[in-house]
Design a protein around this ligand. Structure first.
Ligand SMILES: Cc1cc2nc3c(=O)[nH]c(=O)nc-3n(C[C@H](O)[C@H](O)[C@H](O)COP(=O)(O)OP(=O)(O)OC[C@H]3O[C@@H](n4cnc5c(N)ncnc54)[C@H](O)[C@@H]3O)c2cc1C
Ligand code: SF4
Length: 337
């Protein structure tokens, strides 16, 4: 681990002023500290943003949506009454992640920026284009059971491991960021990136930008939603495949559909064509199955992860069916895979 300086920022302005070439913000530290211990992140200056109270709020937005402060913990977000009532899909996705202790520390901003769990990324003795651009990808031709089946490239086949972000993608969230040259908002679909030939870049945040909050529009699908996470253990494990679904139904006909996948790509995976296809159709297995085919079009495995293609297809169909019965969404309980 390299030597580094540490400071605490007490306001957003103070945090922004500290931004330099080798600065890293630290929030809950649940990912960053591990990365520093592995010598993967080598910050020269660590800026602790925890004292910035203005980033630790959840508040309703005038248009009917909600704003989640970047420093609100994952646990406080999942159990917030407004989130539970209006965005139970988000509560459910957060509670499917990590452990109670980690969710108590992990923050919303940090969740968006957590790094992949590819085994080779964490092993500095192996080539990895994400850790060391140009060195190669050990997962292609290596052990790749947890890797991507959609949107991968010959440079990187890693997946983005967040649960929370799968729900945020389905809910059309917007990420608010600040930097020395001003503020901007990024649609969730534009926040994370596919690996292409620059897999070291996980997202479109510019150097020095700080996430201040995440906005979710009014539509939360509280009547018909479901989050299904399929993993090797029933708790404290990352998703092999996860699916977030929200429906607006009228007499059994789908008026609006949202389906996002986790564990299958370098970013939460959403295919608008499949959601359009479902509009106006009866909410039945037959149409869910056709939508799943559209979502999984072009999927390709790398040997040990071939199973994910069928698994994801079945998970989509099953989760759409579960969204018709949201009473199956008991917080903390996951149906067995
Ligand atoms: C054992 C274990 C199991 C886990 N299981 C799951 C799981 O099943 N599902 C899941 O979704 N997650 C899981 N996680 C990941 C966990 O959710 C993330 O580590 C956490 O959300 C990161 O938040 P943090 O506040 O601790 O971020 P930190 O570790 O503090 O920071 C992470 C990154 O974000 C940057 N950062 C933080 N806040 C900001 C901000 N406001 N603006 C700009 N940059 C910022 C930091 O500089 C750093 O690069 C697991 C983690 C562990 C350790
Ligand atoms: S899949 Fe990506 S993160 Fe994993 S070894 Fe290859 S380049 Fe590195």
């Amino acid at each position: 681990m390299n030597n580094f300086s540490y400071t605490r920022a007490h306001s957003l302005d103070e945090a922004i002023q500290t931004i330099g070439n080798n600065t890293k913000f630290i929030a809950g530290g649940t990912n960053l500290l591990d990365l520093m211990k592995y010598n993967i992140e080598k910050a020269g200056l660590l800026v602790d943003i925890n004292p910035i109270d203005s980033l630790r709020k959840i508040e309703p937005l005038p248009g009917g949506g909600i704003r989640l402060g970047a420093l609100v913990t994952n646990a406080a977000t999942a159990y917030h009454p407004l989130v539970e009532e209006r965005y139970p899909l988000l509560s459910k996705a957060i509670l499917a992640g990590a452990s109670a202790q980690i969710r108590n520390m992990a923050t919303n901003g940090g969740n968006l920026l957590q790094r992949t769990r590819c085994y080779y990324f964490y092993d500095p003795n192996t080539p990895c284009n994400k850790r060391e651009p140009g060195s190669g990808c050990s997962a292609i031709g290596g052990y790749n059971r947890i890797m991507a089946v959609l949107g991968a490239s010959l440079s990187c086949i890693a997946v983005f491991p967040s649960d929370m972000c799968v729900a945020l993608a389905a809910l059309d969230a917007v990420v608010n960021v600040s930097a020395p040259d001003g503020d901007r908002c990024l649609a969730f679909a534009d926040f994370h990136r596919l690996p292409g030939d620059t897999p070291h870049m996980d997202n479109n945040l510019r150097p020095g930008e700080i996430i201040t909050s995440i906005d979710i529009p009014e539509k939360g699908f509280p009547k018909n939603y479901s989050y299904l996470k399929i993993r090797d253990r029933n708790s404290y494990a990352f998703a092999l495949v996860s699916v977030a679904t929200g429906f607006e139904l009228e007499s059994g006909i789908i008026r609006e559909a949202r389906i996002a996948l986790g564990g299958v790509a370098h970013m939460p995976w959403r295919v608008l064509e499949a959601e359009e296809f479902l509009k106006g159709k009866p909410a039945t297995d037959m149409y869910f199955s056709e939508a799943a085919d559209i979502i999984m079009r072009g999927a390709a495995g790398f040997e040990h992860n071939n199973f994910k293609i069928k698994l994801a297809r079945r998970a989509i169909i099953r989760n759409c069916t579960m969204a018709l019965h949201p009473e199956t969404q008991v917080p903390g309980a996951q149906p067995s895979a």
